[in-house]
Design a binder for this molecule. Sequence first.
Ligand code: SAH
Length: 213
Amino acid sequence: MKDTLKHKGMRNQLAQIVASKGITDENVLNGIRKIPRHLFMDSSFEAHAYQDKAFPIGADQTISQPFTVAFQSQLLEVSKDAKILEIGTGSGYQTAMLLELGAKVYSIERQKELFKRTSLFLPKLGYRPKKLIFGDGYKGLPAEAPFDGIVVTAGAPYVPKPLLSQLKIGGKLVIPVGDKAQIMTLFVRTSEKEFTKKEFGEFRFVPMLENKN
Ligand code: SAH
């Protein structure tokens, strides 16, 4: 596991690209400058790690495009010590971003292999989420609710009710909704029963799958 000045230089460029596409949150851009994305991917993709693209991470899954991670993180407006739930741990890159933003992070992954691999990998880089959970994100994490923010990093065919109900008042759910392509959607809980909803253009994610058992 090597991180060099060359990698750092490429990350600075990547942060510029992401900024040029509309990301203004300096903390998020600093996360891009800091997180060694090449270590989150198979070494055969290392040369591409700092392109603004998604890449395969095994088990039919992908590490999200940096712009997408930045966009979702910016929408969440993470404040220090905010309690954040991520659905779809995957490579752990978004998890690392949330930790860089100062959040207390809970993250759920339904693929056993990815869950195991990422659980071992993140602490090696010094990234310590509160909890990584092997389970079904459709249910959220009632035992730890309510959350300041919930971010779904897989394409959801519909908005799971438990995720909305596990938000604090003022809490935010960032979720890409749709089948083939997804509309990035932000829900803010304004009272016990009320939510505002805003939509932000089209993205493409691997599907959020429902566990059969
Ligand atoms: N945040 C990840 C993105 C990984 S892709 C990253 O930055 O690398 C989406 C991930 O969501 C995949 O790992 C997939 O296995 C997981 N996923 C899909 N459906 C899920 C569900 N119902 N519950 C939890 N994780 C799910």
